[in-house]
Write a protein that binds this ligand. Structure first.
Ligand SMILES: Cc1cc2nc3c(=O)[nH]c(=O)nc-3n(C[C@H](O)[C@H](O)[C@H](O)COP(=O)(O)O)c2cc1C
Length: 355
């Protein structure tokens, strides 16, 4: 079969409008928002900012995006809007804004703050285990506190008539977790949530724990809400070992593999030539510098470098350049030298990111 090259040298391809490419999941429509195909780019703090979303959208094939999580206190500060975390370009297609809220009093103000951006949807992070979420009583901590979770969601629902979604893990692993999980699904239905993304690890699980994919089917069978699957998905092969785990999911969310290969969506399910190594790097850096400027841009480029490095056999060289460069000119010069030599690629990049 002939291969295709990514559309980086051509004008942005944007999301697929009708039908779906071979191998990609069919479109998903929720509350009037169409994800076509239902192949969605995950929220990733420090990665899923506007320049990254723009790059992925240029490559094409992505049916929609979630922003990185936007903490409530930050969103309510004067600098948040506009900022490169929240701006978007038309060819990104639907962008769901993910918020990190623990305080019910802040839930409606946060939603109102986002309304002028005309979000395709607003997502409540009920999964994040990081200290920034714990200290705000948000993310995975909020998922564990039924009463506060209900108050946050009810306030969001009354302030926002559009697509309201939640992103969850399985919750804490303590006894009774299955009951708690099913209880939360009922709560989401009762409070008018439209869509659930499940990352099937426990709140405290580390990245090296395998995702419990068998729970997609259990969860999807237990609720009328559409379920998006998120965890270690790198291509159609990720589903092949156990297609039965995925038979009821409404869509797939791709995180680290999208950071490693921003063209993963357009390449989903068919042979594909990756775009030139240096071209992707240069475009990412140009977009970051355009939106963030050099001071704030430096750490965003450093944050992405170890992901992109996973594509190459000697990618640790690029990861080390990213880690060690003290200033932007050094980082750019050394990374360009590495990439201009057309470094040997690996067939299956690892999701274990060397940072
Ligand atoms: C660097 C990084 C940042 C992340 N930030 C967020 C976040 O802001 N909000 C969220 O809900 N999940 C976040 N996640 C989790 C991802 O959205 C996703 O659920 C998880 O990485 C599993 O998918 P993957 O195996 O395709 O990466 C993050 C993951 C990574 C690797």
């Amino acid at each position: 079969m002939a291969t295709e090259a990514a559309g980086l040298t051509t004008p942005p391809g944007g999301p697929v409008e009708d039908g779906h490419p071979q191998g990609a999941p069919p479109p998903l429509e929720v509350r009037g928002i169409r994800f076509a195909p239902a192949l969605i780019c995950a929220p990733m703090a420090g990665i899923s900012h506007a320049p990254f979303r723009r790059l992925v959208a240029d490559c094409g094939g992505c049916g929609g995006f979630f922003t990185e999580m936007l903490p409530a206190r930050w969103l309510l500060s004067p600098n948040a809007i506009p900022s490169p975390a929240v701006i978007r370009r038309p060819h990104e297609g639907p962008v769901v804004y993910q918020v990190l809220v623990g305080d019910p009093e802040l839930a409606a103000p946060v939603v109102r703050r986002l309304l002028p951006l005309e979000p395709a949807g607003i997502d409540l992070n009920c999964a994040c285990p990081a200290p920034v979420a714990r200290s705000a009583g948000a993310g995975g901590t909020l998922f564990g506190d039924r009463d506060r979770l209900a108050r946050v969601l009810a306030a969001m629902r009354s302030a926002f008539p559009g697509l309201l979604s939640v992103k969850i893990r399985l919750g804490d692993a303590a006894d009774g977790w299955e009951d708690r999980l099913l209880d939360r699904l009922r709560l989401f239905e009762d409070l008018g949530v439209d869509l659930v993304t499940l990352h099937p690890r426990f709140t405290g699980d580390r990245w090296n724990r395998r995702p419990r994919n068998e729970w997609y089917d259990v969860v999807a069978a237990s609720t009328r809400l559409p379920i998006i699957a998120s965890g270690n998905l790198v291509g159609p092969a990720s589903l092949q070992a156990h297609p039965d785990h995925f038979r009821r999911v409404a869509g797939l969310m791709i995180g680290r593999m999208a950071a490693i290969q921003p063209w993963v969506f357009t390449a989903w399910g068919h042979p594909f030539d990756p775009p030139p190594a240096l071209e992707v790097w240069d475009r990412f850096c140009a977009y970051v510098l355009e939106d963030y400027g050099p001071d704030q841009g430096l750490w965003r480029i450093k944050a992405w470098a170890p992901y992109y490095a996973q594509n190459f056999l000697f990618g640790h060289t690029l990861a080390t350049i990213g880690r060690s460069a003290r200033d932007l000119p050094t980082l750019i010069r050394r990374a360009r030298e590495f990439l201009a030599a057309d470094p040997v690629r690996v067939r299956h990049p690892s999701l274990d990111i060397e940072k």
